[in-house]
Ligand binder design. Structure first.
Ligand SMILES: NC(=O)c1ccc[n+]([C@@H]2O[C@H](COP(=O)([O-])OP(=O)(O)OC[C@H]3O[C@@H](n4cnc5c(N)ncnc54)[C@H](O)[C@@H]3O)[C@@H](O)[C@H]2O)c1
Length: 325
């Protein structure tokens, strides 16, 4: 059974592709390589190079591969940049999702798993975020992901009672790190792990942006999860849909336990064997003290659990990045 993975040449999407294959499903990748890497798509997997904004291409791909469901990972993920490029962000994340849903309706494809984000919550003022925590996105990126969730919800209402009522879920990722394949790594220039890796490879000292936050060691606390665990949750969601089991409109893929930037830096030094003391710079505007979510709902329905320690997250990410040269 074929499942389309949009953005399947990206960091998370290519992990989802591998997890689908291992589960016995057949992934098909649609990716325009705007931030993806062609070599991240495993050999033997059907790869269509093109944009999710190309409605005819999406519909043709769904039909030609007899796709049973879509894992819609493609998107523009740079929250900070989205403030300067709102129109681009909305085109990719909102119009892109609308086009996918339109092509699915035309081709009679009823299942979709959507890559959403912790950014839909903005700066939550609760110690542990749950699915119903108030949504107050603080960037065009967060807004675009929340609108994506609404598009799925509204299309499900509109197609209820039709031959192909939309079955959907949105998986909200927090800080996705590590690697489950030594050839795939996060190429983002804006995320903590790749930034630290690049600094260490260049022989430079990584920096902490502010150590006067209201957290135990003064540095930001975030919810770090391993990309391999994230990928498995998508397979579980797809299998739930195939089995016709009920599925929630959204799941927070959180660990229930945060790690501070300083704790991550300590793990980086421990795992890489590079002895460094991070520099401390000023705060970045808009960085909340702490964002941590429970993953209880996902644990109940999607076999979600943390299968990796922080050192494993660092080690796997570091090795994959070093393999890239
Ligand atoms: N990395 C994280 O920590 C994180 C956290 C929350 C949410 N997300 C979301 O998860 C998804 C994947 O993130 P990632 O870290 O793998 O990023 P990524 O940039 O590595 O992957 C995105 C992929 O989508 C492709 N793409 C972008 N626009 C496209 C288009 N118009 N048509 C076809 N393909 C297109 C890119 O080429 C790339 O391969 C994104 O939607 C992102 O917003 C990521």
């Amino acid at each position: 059974m074929s499942w389309l993975v949009t953005g399947g040449a990206g960091y998370i999407g290519s992990h989802v592709v591998r997890a689908l294959s291992e589960s016995g499903l057949t992934p098909v990748v649609l990716d325009d390589l705007s931030s993806g890497v062609a070599s991240f798509v495993p050999e033997g997997v059907a790869f269509v190079q093109g944009s999710i904004l190309d409605r005819d291409l999406v519909e043709r791909t769904l039909r030609e591969h007899a796709v049973a469901g879509v894992i819609h990972v493609a998107g523009f993920k740079y929250a900070g940049v989205s403030v300067q490029r709102p129109l681009h962000t909305y085109a990719q994340n909102v119009e892109g999702t609308r086009v996918i849903l339109e092509a699915m309706a035309a081709a009679g494809v009823a299942n979709i798993v959507f890559s959403s984000s912790a950014a839909v919550f903005g700066t939550p003022d609760v110690p542990l975020v749950v699915e119903d925590t108030e949504k107050r996105p603080a960037s065009p990126y967060g807004e675009s992901k929340l609108i994506g969730e609404w598009l799925l919800r509204d299309q499900a209402v509109a197609t209820a009672g039709s031959d192909t009522p939309l079955v959907h879920t949105s998986l909200r990722y927090f800080n996705v790190v590590g690697s489950a394949d030594p050839t795939v790594y996060d190429v983002s220039p804006h995320n903590l792990f790749p930034i630290v890796f690049e600094k260490l490879l260049a022989g430079e000292t990584p920096r902490i942006n502010g150590d006067d936050y209201a957290t135990p060691d003064g540095t930001n606390v975030r919810d770090y999860v391993h990309v391999g665990d994230i990928a498995l949750a998508h397979v579980a969601a797809a299998q739930r849909m195939i089995a016709g089991e009920p599925i929630e409109p959204a799941y927070n893929l959180g660990s229930g336990d945060g790690l501070s930037v300083r704790q991550i830096m300590d793990a980086m030094a421990r795992v890489t064997g590079i002895d460094f003391t991070p520099e401390v710079g000023p705060r970045r505007p808009g960085d909340p003290d702490r964002i941590v979510a429970t993953g209880e709902l996902a644990a109940r329905d999607l076999d979600w659990k943390m299968r990796h320690t922080v050192d494993e997250m660092v080690r796997s990410g570091w090795e994959a990045r070093r393999n890239a040269g």
